[in-house]
Design a binder for this molecule. Structure first.
Ligand SMILES: [Zn+2]
Length: 366
């Protein structure tokens, strides 16, 4: 199994989780049960029951015993996995994931994908997780129309390291639950503040550039970035900060030299930029990219606290466009290509989170 070279200590990390079960009644070690959860996703089994139908073979048992360097006479039943994941604190698989990411960083596996040779690009994005017809737990979010509840759902906010080659590796997860009637924007921003704090705590030294959508074009987000010494590239729309957007338009006219145009036979890309717009004491630069193809014209605008100039604007804009990767390559693959992200692997609130986190671990391995 090739991942051994990359994560030789993974089983040890899994064995180190804080086991919440009664110590006298344990048949299966945490690593045995967690590996089953991970294989559920690695082998794209699609549902928990398949652990029983597909994995309880002599051959698999032998491999699992080798992997866990212990000995069990049987592969655990999926109900045993479920029971363990109902009790386990979701912080435990998060710590395992953190060790995996740190390992990838230390072995310099992600180094060549850094923005400007310096910053790990981390895309932040809210994504749908589970949808229910009936209320499933007290923390379900609700979709309403004309005062009627259409459905109940759970969402997650993900921070993922993204690369130009299409990797999107989960580094931090915040489950978006009942928002006490706040708007979607308030809800996601509040969740982001919690997530940012943990991300900083887990990776205090990491040089990070956040890739954000226009929801995050807001002073408190800029404050956080300055406080944590992070960079950001955020989609900049007129609606998010109308006065600053006007200012960008006015300044752009005053800086006709801040333009680069690149042509090939199919595409014309016109980059322009404006430096040092002040928003409540935080300064940012703005990049505009107008891309003209024979059949269509697309315009992108980003704000960033990276210092933009003619030497780096193309690379920074490329980073800005990578944010879509998290949807197409990250959540998209997890939903559509066999990881079955939206399948309810459990009804239990805690187990739901743990299954989700094991899926992220499986995705990093795969
Ligand atoms: Zn629920």
């Amino acid at each position: 199994m090739i991942f051994f070279q990359t994560f030789p200590k993974l089983t040890k990390w899994l064995a180190l989780v804080d086991d919440p079960r009664n110590k006298n009644k344990i048949t299966y070690a945490p690593s045995h049960l967690l590996w089953l959860g991970i294989f559920l996703f690695l082998l794209r089994l699609g549902s928990k029951r398949k652990i029983k139908y597909r994995l309880s073979t002599e051959e698999f048992l032998e491999n699992l015993n080798k992997l866990c360097s212990g000995y069990n006479q049987n592969v655990a039943h999926h109900d045993t996995v479920e029971y363990f994941l109902q009790k386990l604190q979701p912080e435990e698989p998060c710590v395992v994931r953190q060790k995996m990411i740190n390992r990838l960083i230390r072995m310099k596996a992600l180094e060549k994908y850094r923005l400007l040779g310096e910053y790990y690009m981390i895309a932040v994005d809210g994504t749908g997780h589970l949808v229910y017809k009936e209320r499933h737990c007290p923390h379900c979010l609700t979709k309403e129309k004309d005062g009627k509840i259409l459905y109940y759902y759970h969402n997650v906010l993900e921070a993922k390291i993204v690369t130009g080659t299409g990797l999107a590796l989960s580094v931090e997860t915040e489950f978006i639950l009942n928002s006490d009637g706040k708007s979607k924007q308030d809800c996601e921003l509040a969740v982001f503040y919690r997530m940012a704090k943990r991300l900083k705590k887990r990776f205090p030294q990491l040089k990070i550039c956040l890739l954000l959508d226009s929801l995050y074009a807001a002073a408190p987000v800029m404050d956080i970035a300055e406080k944590y010494n992070w960079k950001y590239i955020t989609v900049f729309k007129e609606g998010s900060m109308p006065e600053r957007y006007d200012e960008f338009r006015r300044l752009k006219k005053l800086c006709p030299k801040n333009v680069i145009e690149i042509k090939d036979d199919k595409l014309v890309q016109k980059y322009s930029w404006v430096n040092e717009i002040d928003h409540k004491g935080n300064f940012f630069d703005v990049i505009e990219l107008i891309e003209t193809a024979p059949d269509k014209k697309t315009r992108f605008v980003w704000m960033t606290n990276l210092k933009v100039g003619k030497n780096n604007i193309i690379k920074i804009a490329k980073g800005g466009r990578l944010r879509w990767k998290i949807e197409n390559e990250g959540s998209g693959v997890q939903k559509n290509r066999g990881f079955n992200l939206e399948h309810p692997y459990s009804q239990n609130e805690t187990a739901i989170k743990n299954f989700y986190l094991l899926l992220q671990i499986a995705y990093i391995i795969s």
